[in-house]
Design a protein around this ligand. Structure first.
Ligand SMILES: [Zn+2]
Length: 479
């Protein structure tokens, strides 16, 4: 929307007066940095999530272990009002066994993973796959009856890959886009969806599809599609293409596939975890500055960059504030969400349950999810009033790598639940190196891609932003 010069001037004046009204509390910022160095718990928390627990698919047994671990840890650190909040999700899912081999014309183990909530196969399937990638729609229709119980390869060889990480908008020389999202190639193409439905209605024994990433990296998500679903495995694109090529050359390929999974039906509620440092200003203590990250992950790696690093960062930011004895004017609240990967479900449930007054009292929501590595700045989400404040807060963090805040919007994570309810919600930019091409929702989302020093840096940034926002005279400007 275009704005008149008068309105812009008014916005600028208002922003300038807000900045000058708040002096930067350098003494507290120094304490935050000192505590982040001397009392750091980032290794302990991150190791527990990624070594002891592992991947945390929502409502799997490992997810519930992570929820209990985080809630117990936050209680032990002495926060107020620490509790779990339930919301309706559905059943959990755990993979117990996956065999994925080519047995003819030669033996070769294949790189691939079952999609989340994939049903089990009817025992071990040993068969020549039915390849539809070189067939016309009429030929596919004619083959429909033969798909029943078969291993189906519905798609042609994968020829387009996500080969670049998203641009880093705070890097010098980068022109920031209006919206920064993952590549559209990650979305399942309409043709693949149509053939999936066809395989399902034909009662296929298993559907094999290629990854959209290369070099053995397998991008895998999944949804609970109920009893009608068919077992589904994503193969590395190179292995899918190899088999497709052999099928097109009429080489008698034989595959051996076995998927065995368990649904957890006993607990269909999922959980968010809440913890607070109560506000101390009689006029402002009902107002809240909120920090959040999702604790759930996909199932093929260990969910290190998505999002054990974010969970660790926000828990540590809260721990630091508590440890330095911070007495914020507003309440500072932490939320760790479940079900983010299935559609921001935990944060949406929290917002749906909040009263109008709860949302009015919420000054700002800070999220951390996309990317890994150090925080360079924040995506301003078109909030012009907040920009000068964020710039002044970020300026204090230059010596630990902060660069600049950028006027653009981020997609696909929990701050959107708050923005939809009229609450200012923000994510930082982290380093996107290897995030899109290697770790995001893949078998390679492992600990090797996260550095402890970056977790310490991110926690300092988040603790200082939470502190500054909690100390303002006014709520953060709303759009
Ligand atoms: Zn995530």
């Amino acid at each position: 929307m275009l704005q008149s010069p008068r309105r812009i001037a008014a916005v600028l004046l208002c922003a300038v007066s807000l900045v000058s009204a708040q002096t930067i509390d350098t003494a507290t910022l120094a304490k935050i940095s000192a505590e982040a160095a001397s009392g750091s718990q980032v290794s302990q928390v991150f190791d527990t999530l990624t070594i002891d627990i592992g991947p945390r698919l929502t409502n799997s047994p490992a997810f519930f272990r992570a929820v209990d671990f985080a809630a117990d840890k936050l209680k032990a650190w002495g926060f107020e009002n620490t509790h779990k909040e339930s919301w309706k999700f559905g059943r959990g899912w755990t993979l117990n066994k996956l065999t994925l081999e080519m047995t003819e014309p030669r033996y070769m183990p294949l790189i691939g993973y079952a999609e989340g909530w994939s049903p089990s196969t009817a025992g071990e399937l040993v068969a020549t796959p039915i390849y539809l990638g070189d067939k016309t729609p009429a030929q596919i229709e004619a083959l429909k009856a033969s798909l029943k119980g078969a291993i189906v390869m519905p798609l042609p060889p994968q020829q387009v890959y996500v080969r670049e990480d998203r641009p880093q908008p705070s890097a010098s020389g980068v022109v920031a886009p209006e919206i920064l999202s993952p590549s559209p190639l990650f979305a399942t193409p309409a043709e693949a969806q149509r053939l999936n439905v066809l395989a399902r209605t034909a009662g296929a024994g298993l559907v094999l599809r290629p990854s959209v990433l290369s070099d053995g990296t397998v991008y895998v998500t999944g949804r609970d599609q109920g009893a009608a679903n068919v077992p589904s495995v994503i193969l590395s694109s190179e292995h899918y293409n190899m088999i497709a090529g052999m099928m097109e050359h009429n080489i008698p390929v034989k595959l051996r596939v076995n998927v065995q999974a368990t649904y957890q039906e006993a607990e269909t509620n999922s959980y968010n975890i809440i913890a607070e440092i109560p506000g101390t200003d009689p006029l402002l203590k009902d107002q809240v500055v909120m920090l959040g990250a999702h604790i759930d992950s996909w199932h093929t790696g260990v969910g290190a960059t998505d999002n054990a690093d974010g969970t660790t960062t926000m828990m540590e930011a809260m721990r630091i504030l508590k440890a330095i004895g911070a007495k914020p004017r507003r309440t500072i609240r932490l939320a760790l969400w479940g079900g983010e990967e299935q559609g921001l479900l935990g944060s949406k449930a929290w917002v749906a349950k909040a009263t109008k007054q709860d949302l009015e009292n919420l000054s700002v929501y800070f999220n951390i999810d996309n990317g890994t590595g150090p925080i360079y700045g924040f995506a301003m989400e078109n909030n012009e009033g907040a920009k000068p404040l964020f710039d002044s807060w970020l300026a204090q963090l230059r010596d630990i790598g902060a660069r600049k805040n950028v006027n653009l919007r981020l997609t696909n994570t929990d701050h959107l639940s708050f923005i939809a309810a009229g609450v200012p919600g923000f994510n930082p930019f982290q380093d996107y190196q290897d995030y899109d091409v290697r770790t995001h929702h893949t078998n390679m989302d492992t600990r090797d891609h996260v550095k402890t020093a970056d977790l310490r840096q991110s926690a300092i940034v988040m603790a200082s932003f939470a502190w500054q926002a909690a100390q303002m005279d006014e709520r953060l400007p709303r759009k």
